[in-house]
Design a binder for this molecule. Structure first.
Ligand code: MEV
Length: 287
């Protein structure tokens, strides 16, 4: 029997633009997914295409148990965390000796296939390595850890990442100049954020701008804007949707002392809050 856990993730800056070769900044967060795999003669009964692919990839059978505090389809990287933890557990249980890099590669291949070819490796890299990372053209750069106090607001409106990425692609095909300049502006905000990682007030302002740009790109949702506004009014430095949008989750960067107040405001506005901070560890073996 082998048990592995992997962290969820939030995009701090640059989602969607990252699909077009622009930089994205993402951070691993505390709710982790735990997966236990046990050797067995029978194929597991699985409803998820991600999990089916994990077993298929290694050509093995066995049983699987998942314990996750990460809500699925909420923009918090749960499918990548489950995929990376499951592949790592199979790898260990069956003694395949794949490296972390190889696990990350296989996980990305699965995400890409399930999401119809439209996924950046951000989620799978963060689930594998943890920390704060900048991704560009599939290459990961680890950034120095920061004391970011975040409150997540889950709208509980599920979304399809593949569909939202497709919607942006359509918009870009039909309105290349407008979409192009919005994507370029997201890149500018992301690059400037890199220079101000230690200035949280400034980062908050950039998050507000990034939210507006994503809204303009067409991936907003009224509930996301309601939660973002509630968080800002309650004292957050700034707030934005995170991940694909169209529902899913938002994040608020907060002074430590305002976290509870921001979480209460998000709940009162109809979201489900999760108070979180950086998880520096990626996938790991559990006892
Ligand atoms: C989804 O969490 C983020 C997107 O940029 C897609 C991706 O990077 O795979 C929308």
């Amino acid at each position: 029997m082998a048990t592995y856990s992997a962290p969820g993730k939030v995009f701090l800056f640059g989602e969607h633009a990252v699909v077009y070769g622009k930089p994205g900044i993402a951070m691993a967060i505390k709710p982790r997914v735990h997966v236990t795999v046990r050797k067995g003669r029978y194929p597991p009964s699985l409803k998820s295409p991600y999990l089916e692919s994990c077993f298929h990839e290694f050509g093995v059978t066995g049983s699987l148990y998942i314990n996750s505090q990460l809500p699925s389809s909420s923009g918090l990287g749960s499918s990548a965390a489950v995929t990376v933890a499951t592949l790592s557990a199979i790898n260990d249980e069956y003694g395949f000796e794949q490296t972390r890099d190889e696990i990350a590669q296989i996980a990305y291949g699965i995400e890409k296939r399930v999401q119809l070819g439209r996924a950046s490796p951000t989620d799978t890299q963060v689930a594998t390595y943890g920390g704060i990372v900048m991704m560009k053209n599939g290459v990961r750069r680890t950034l120095p850890p920061q004391d970011f106090q975040l409150v997540i607001g889950n709208t509980q409106i599920s979304h399809s990442t593949a569909q939202l990425v497709e919607d942006v692609a359509d918009f870009r095909r039909n309105h290349p100049a407008v979409a192009g300049s919005l994507i370029d502006s997201i890149e500018t905000v992301t690059r400037q954020a890199l220079f101000h990682l230690q200035d949280q007030e400034c980062l908050g302002r950039y998050m507000d701008i990034n939210h507006a740009l994503l809204d303009a790109l067409g991936v907003g949702h009224p509930m996301l804007t309601t939660l973002v506004t509630a968080a800002r009014d309650a004292g957050a430095y700034g707030a934005k949707m995170t991940g694909a949008g169209g529902g899913g989750s938002m994040i608020a960067l907060c002074p430590k002392r305002e976290k509870k107040q921001v979480a209460r405001a998000i709940d009162a506005a109809g979201g489900r809050s999760i108070v979180t901070s950086l998880d520096t560890e990626g996938v790991r073996k559990e006892q």
